[in-house]
Write a protein that binds this ligand. Structure first.
Ligand code: GLP
Length: 255
């Protein structure tokens, strides 16, 4: 794991964006794995700016991590709608090349298998963007998820339901289930880029980066991934034991 501790979330987001824009420049048909949540928003704005400045996304393909189950793609809180509004509609992507699990899939198992088959047919994910839940989840892989799990229907924890209630009128409207890429699926991405910002992530970040690898902290599985970069701001890094080293390393990256 390459752990990059930045003074601000702004700087961390721009560094993560640079990593992605460099990849798209080098390989226009890059396959991106994408995440929702407030964390990657600044990164997405930077990608939109890069597109306005001439970076071509027309051959990029995208696969999103997850979608609320039972939620239609045009529902105001669906992850499909989130992605359209915050990223896809502002890039010169081919809309047919953007994939988000279908929250209304009738045969969920078949849909999940087809989603994975499509990822494989695309050559696999080149760069997977990840946030982290306050309980250490990635995608919607809640604590207790098998580290070998594949794309499937998952039950959200009360903690996640309450964390995500801010996007809904009432907590009762938050879906209780989601379709999520599994941890095993995520680990197959060639490169993972996880962003963790804010004090409410500090505990999960410590468990994920410096704790043991455990299904109780799904993000800790990234310790086994050969090419993962974690971008942190100071607040999210507050509880890390090796904080000084990560800070030093971020400031002394090779050119
Ligand atoms: C949801 C998403 C995750 C995301 C997490 C954190 O649970 N499924 O992919 O990382 O929220 O969200 P935020 O970035 O808003 O803190």
């Amino acid at each position: 794991m390459d752990i990059i501790l930045c003074p601000t979330a702004e700087e961390a987001s721009l560094r993560a964006a640079a990593l992605i824009t460099n990849a798209v420049r080098a390989r226009p048909a890059t396959v991106l794995g994408l995440a929702t949540g407030s964390t990657p928003l600044r990164l997405y704005q930077a990608l939109i700016q890069a597109c306005r400045d001439g970076l071509d996304f027309s051959r990029v393909r995208t696969f999103n991590l997850d979608e609320y189950y039972g939620v239609a793609p045009d529902h105001p809180q669906s992850y499909r709608r989130f992605m359209n509004e915050h990223l896809f509609d502002h890039l010169n992507l081919n809309p047919a090349n953007t994939r988000v699990p279908d929250g209304l899939a009738r045969d969920v198992a078949a849909h999940c298998a087809a989603y994975e088959a499509e990822m494989r047919a695309a050559g696999g994910v080149d760069i997977q963007v990840l946030g982290i839940g306050s309980d250490g989840h990635i995608g919607f892989n809640e604590p207790g998820s098998s580290l070998a799990s594949r794309t499937r229907l998952v039950a959200l924890t009360p903690q996640t339901v309450s964390d995500n209630a801010r996007f809904f009128a009432t907590v009762d409207e938050v879906p209780r289930h989601a379709i999520s890429m599994g941890i095993g699926t995520i680990l197959e991405a060639k490169r993972c880029v996880m962003l963790c910002f804010g004090a409410n992530k500090a505990k999960a970040v410590r468990a994920a980066l410096e704790g043991g690898i455990s299904q109780f902290t799904p993000a800790s599985a990234l310790q086994m991934h050969p090419d993962t970069t974690v971008f942190l701001d100071e607040a999210a890094a507050a509880d890390l034991q090796l904080k000084e080293y990560y800070r030093w390393s971020a400031a002394n990256q090779p050119a």
